[in-house]
Design a protein around this ligand. Sequence first.
Ligand SMILES: NC(=O)c1ccc[n+]([C@@H]2O[C@H](COP(=O)([O-])OP(=O)(O)OC[C@H]3O[C@@H](n4cnc5c(N)ncnc54)[C@H](OP(=O)(O)O)[C@@H]3O)[C@@H](O)[C@H]2O)c1
Length: 280
Amino acid sequence: MKANDFPVALVTGANGGIGRILCTTLIQSGYRVILSFRKSDRSLAFYNQMLQEYGRERVESLEMDLSSVTSIKKATQYLLQKETRLDVLINNAGMLGNKRENTNEGYEMHNMVNCLGPTLFTYMLRPLLKPGSRVVTTVSVVLYYGSIPDFFPYPPIRYNRFRQYACSKLALTLLCLRLSELWEKDGITVNMVDPGVVDTPIINIHKWIDPLADVLFRPLIRTPEQGAATSLYLATHTALEGVTGGIYKDMTVCNLPERIRSYQQADNVWRFFLDLHSKQ
Ligand SMILES: NC(=O)c1ccc[n+]([C@@H]2O[C@H](COP(=O)([O-])OP(=O)(O)OC[C@H]3O[C@@H](n4cnc5c(N)ncnc54)[C@H](OP(=O)(O)O)[C@@H]3O)[C@@H](O)[C@H]2O)c1
């Protein structure tokens, strides 16, 4: 079979704990997988390992830094020239920072990497999404505890990493809900996943307690395989054909509270996003 004959999936954060399982399982399920990652020794080593195991017909790479609008634009332009369709897009990359950081555009880093970046990427790839294409985006249970300030996506005066993470995942959820409504008539589904608490690097506290947590806490939480299972279910299972606009955990749709569905800042976040997109 030629590379073009396989269904195509793209996974962001391909070299992360959950991302590695997503990529490997999708390739083994018959997809040609585009591994998207930031360039580093770790990510290139993973890409080369996948190339060696599965070959060029099944494994490709896409360098992209979700904190940079320029990098996202470059990546989408490359894909739009090279690919004719995308059957599965898994927005899996995400970060929980350990210090205050802003992007070159002045946005708070979590808001860009976890929310605006993946949504911009998805929106710009719309020409590749056809009837039956599936977008799966990773959120987190913390979205239910998040709030979005009037000054979103700019940084707050008093910084708290968990508050920023929750804000970015709530804003991401609101944008995914909009995309699901917008694209439903075109047969493109957009769903979200809460993977649970998973044994991957993102949950480091970056404090003295980390080595202790590695021994006492990590064995009790989900493995990356368990963390990846619901994303894979949404991306590939026939039962999910045409199903859109849900948040899933453990292969089950969650009841999204009305407070989130009718969140007062949703229009502002969407307007900001459209404005950001129109400048590209
Ligand atoms: N683990 C959990 O308990 C948990 C719980 C709820 C939700 N989640 C979500 O699950 C997803 C996967 O995380 P994980 O648990 O697999 O953590 P992980 O191992 O830390 O993976 C995170 C991935 O995101 C990538 N990433 C971070 N910043 C990026 C940027 N600026 N541009 C492009 N890629 C970037 C990382 O790449 P680098 O290697 O270059 O940093 C890495 O590949 C995330 O969206 C996370 O928020 C995880």
